[in-house]
Design a protein around this ligand. Structure first.
Ligand code: SAH
Length: 292
C-alpha cells in the first residue's frame, strides 16, 4: 500500500467561503458572496434555529486571494449596519471531487408516501408522483425527517380541489406536493426571501401553480382547508393564533418540526387557540401533529 506521501494529492480547485448569519442578514451576506461565488451561493438553513450559513465557492486561482479579501471587507462593513449578527468568514480549501460531493451528496432521489422526490441534477426515475427539487438556493441539506413526516401527511389527505396554505415553505416542497395531488389553490409563505425565490423556482420546475409570498400566516387573508406548518416548536407557539385563523371550518392544521420535549407546549398553545390534536406521528425525536 502506498504511503500517504506517495499518494498523489487531489489538486486544490476551490475555496469555500462560509459565513454564519442571522436570518435578517442572510440576504445582504448572500449579495456579497454572490459577487464572487462560482454559480451563485447556497444557504444552509438549520431547522433547529440558529444562524443560517451562507456559502460560496471561488475558483482557487491567482484572483482568489483578492476575492476573499473583498468579501472580508464587505462583511466587515455590513456588521457596522447592525442588521443582525454576522459571524466570522470561514475558509476551506477543497478539491474538485469533494466539491461536487459536498454540493450534492446530501440529497439523493427518494420515495416518500406516494411521492418520488428527485434532485434536479439526478436522472433517476421511479413510480410515484414526481417532485423535482433544487434546494440549492434555500437549503444545503437534503430531506429532513420533519419534511418526510409532512410529505406523508400531504400524501394521505384528500386534497382534490381543496385550498392549501404552506407556512414556512422553504424550498416549496410541501406546496409543490399539495399542488401535484390536485389541490385547488395553493399559497406558500416564508419569512426568508431566499426561500420565496427557491419555492417559486421549484413550482415552475414542477409545472404547478403555487402563489408564493414573503411573510407568515398573519399576512395571508382568508382561510384554507389544509394549513401546513413545518416550523420549529417556538415559532408554532408564537404564531398559534395566526395559524388557527387560517384554518377553515372543517379544515386541518398539520404542524411539524416539534422536538418531542416541546410537544406539550405546542399542544397547549394550539388548544388555547381552539385546535385539538387528532393525530400524531413521531420519528426519532420529531413530532408531527394533525389538529382540527
Ligand atoms: N416547508 C419546508 C421547509 C421547512 S424549514 C419543508 O418542509 O421542508 C422552515 C421554514 O420556515 C424556513 O424556510 C424558515 O425561513 C421559515 N420560517 C421560520 N419562521 C417563520 C415564520 N414565523 N413564518 C413563516 N415562515 C417561517
Amino acid at each position: 500500500m502506498p504511503s500517504a506521501a506517495e499518494k498523489p494529492a487531489a489538486p486544490i480547485r476551490w475555496i469555500e467561503i462560509a459565513v454564519p448569519a442571522h436570518p435578517e442578514a442572510v440576504e445582504a451576506v448572500s449579495e456579497i458572496l454572490d459577487r464572487v461565488g462560482y454559480n451563485g451561493i447556497a444557504v444552509d438553513v438549520p431547522l433547529e434555529g440558529g444562524p443560517h450559513i451562507v456559502k460560496a465557492y471561488v475558483v482557487y486561482d491567482h484572483a482568489a486571494r483578492v476575492k476573499v479579501r473583498r468579501v472580508k471587507e464587505a462583511i466587515g462593513r455590513l456588521r457596522a449596519f447592525g442588521l443582525g449578527p454576522v459571524g466570522e468568514v470561514a475558509l476551506r480549501r477543497i478539491a474538485d471531487e469533494d466539491w461536487l460531493e459536498s454540493w450534492k451528496s446530501q440529497f439523493t432521489p427518494i420515495a416518500i408516501g406516494p411521492f418520488f422526490v428527485r434532485p434536479s441534477w439526478s436522472t433517476a426515475s421511479a413510480a410515484g408522483i414526481e417532485i423535482v427539487l433544487d434546494p440549492g438556493m434555500a437549503f444545503g441539506t437534503g430531506l429532513h425527517p420533519t419534511t418526510r413526516q409532512c410529505l406523508e401527511a400531504v400524501g394521505r389527505l384528500d386534497l382534490a380541489g381543496r385550498s392549501v396554505l404552506d407556512v414556512g415553505t422553504g424550498s416549496g416542497i410541501l406546496a409543490v406536493a399539495a399542488a401535484k395531488r390536485g389541490a385547488g389553490r395553493v399559497v406558500a409563505v416564508d419569512v426568508d426571501p431566499l426561500a420565496v425565490r427557491a419555492a417559486e423556482e421549484n413550482a415552475r420546475r414542477n409545472d404547478v401553480s403555487v402563489e408564493v409570498a414573503l411573510g407568515s400566516a398573519a399576512d395571508v387573508p382568508g382561510a384554507f382547508d389544509v394549513v401546513l406548518g413545518n416550523l420549529v416548536a417556538d415559532v408554532l407557539v408564537r404564531i398559534a393564533a395566526d395559524l388557527r385563523a387560517r384554518v377553515a371550518r372543517g379544515g386541518v392544521l398539520v404542524c411539524a418540526g416539534i422536538v418531542a420535549e416541546k410537544e406539550a407546549l405546542v399542544v397547549r398553545a394550539l388548544a388555547d387557540a381552539g385546535l385539538a390534536r387528532r393525530r400524531r406521528d413521531q420519528r426519532e425525536d420529531w413530532v408531527r401533529l394533525d389538529l382540527a
